[in-house]
Ligand binder design. Structure first.
Ligand SMILES: Cc1cc2nc3c(=O)[nH]c(=O)nc-3n(C[C@H](O)[C@H](O)[C@H](O)COP(=O)(O)O)c2cc1C
Ligand code: SF4
Ligand code: SF4
Length: 276
């Protein structure tokens, strides 16, 4: 394998972090690699890259054992393989997701790609809301420790890609059971939760950041008021990145100590890299 293209969607930075580490490690192995946030691409770009790459890597955060809507839309328009290309899928998760990456791999089998690897990497949780309590995200040295634990697993993934080894996780009865269970409810959970977004007028400084960074263009402004439309993917980017924590999601989310916003992995994370 000589050349590789990485496509990722990342709501709050974790998947960006893994994709960037993968790109660096592949370069060290003398593989020609390009790495893109799907929000920066046009379909014509993808057609060109895919026709030139030997191997494709796709990454996204797990949302209830499936991929976020922007990534599902991207996959839907993804070109068919020329029959030679292989693909590896990775997903980042806070805890567990069953067969997520394997299930997404099936969509690519239907497009004539050979799935080489499906993997899940544990990263910091970004989902801790009054109506959906998980463990709260940490923005301190505990995050660094988690990244240090995940890094060798990412390196193993890269080594196997370079060696062209097959390694599929999630394709087992327990994986399918857990994945199926979560997928059954995720659309309803997202639709319900995303209708509860509101903006605190007291806190909002109308800086426009949330509108600019929303991957689905879901935040609108009318005079001095912001409002949410119906296209939220619940990526939590606006909620996490608002400089004044003015975006609220359910009763109690005003309290940033009780519901801390996830600020993304490492010191170097800047949300702008996802959209430029
Ligand atoms: C709507 C939503 C659903 C999620 N569902 C799961 C899940 O089913 N299992 C899990 O382990 N983590 C889940 N998470 C946590 C994220 O997958 C995890 O924090 C991920 O690394 C975030 O990646 P990102 O920073 O690239 O967006 C969910 C997060 C969101 C926002
Ligand atoms: S990012 Fe926060 S402060 Fe800026 S416009 Fe959006 S809600 Fe207001
Ligand atoms: S409104 Fe916020 S949570 Fe919903 S898609 Fe846009 S940035 Fe993500």
């Amino acid at each position: 394998m000589k050349s590789c293209v990485i496509y990722y969607f990342s709501g709050t930075g974790n998947t960006w972090w893994v994709a960037t580490r993968i790109a660096e490690m592949l370069q060290e192995s003398k593989i020609q690699v390009s790495c893109y946030s799907i929000e920066t691409l046009m379909i014509e770009d993808v057609l060109t890259h895919v026709s030139e790459a030997d191997h494709i890597i796709l990454g996204f955060p797990v949302y209830g054992s499936t991929a976020p809507r922007p990534m599902m839309d991207f996959i839907h328009t993804f070109p068919l393989s020329n029959g030679q290309q292989t693909i590896s899928i990775f997903a980042t998760q806070a805890m567990a997701s069953g067969d997520t990456a394997w299930t997404i791999g099936q969509r690519f089998e239907q497009k004539a790609y050979t799935v080489q690897q499906t993997r899940h990497f544990r990263m910091m949780n970004n989902l801790h809301l009054p109506q959906f309590k998980f463990y709260p995200p940490k923005n301190d040295q505990r995050l660094d420790r988690l990244l240090a634990k995940t890094l060798p697993r990412v390196a193993g993934f890269v080594r196997e890609i370079v060696a062209e080894k097959k390694h599929l996780t999630g394709n087992n009865p327990l994986g399918h059971f857990l994945g199926g269970l979560q997928r059954r409810h995720i659309d309803t959970v997202i639709a319900k939760a995303s209708h509860e977004f509101r903006i605190s007028r007291k806190r909002c400084i109308l800086c426009g950041k949330c509108q600019r960074i929303c991957p689905t263009g879901n935040i609108m402004q009318r005079q001095n008021d912001l409002f949410f439309s119906d296209g939220c993917a619940l990526c939590l980017r606006c909620y996490s990145q608002c400089p004044t924590a003015a975006i609220l999601l359910g009763e109690g989310s005003e309290d940033v100590n009780k519901y801390p916003r996830y600020k993304g992995p490492g010191n170097g994370f800047n949300v702008e890299v996802l959209i430029k």
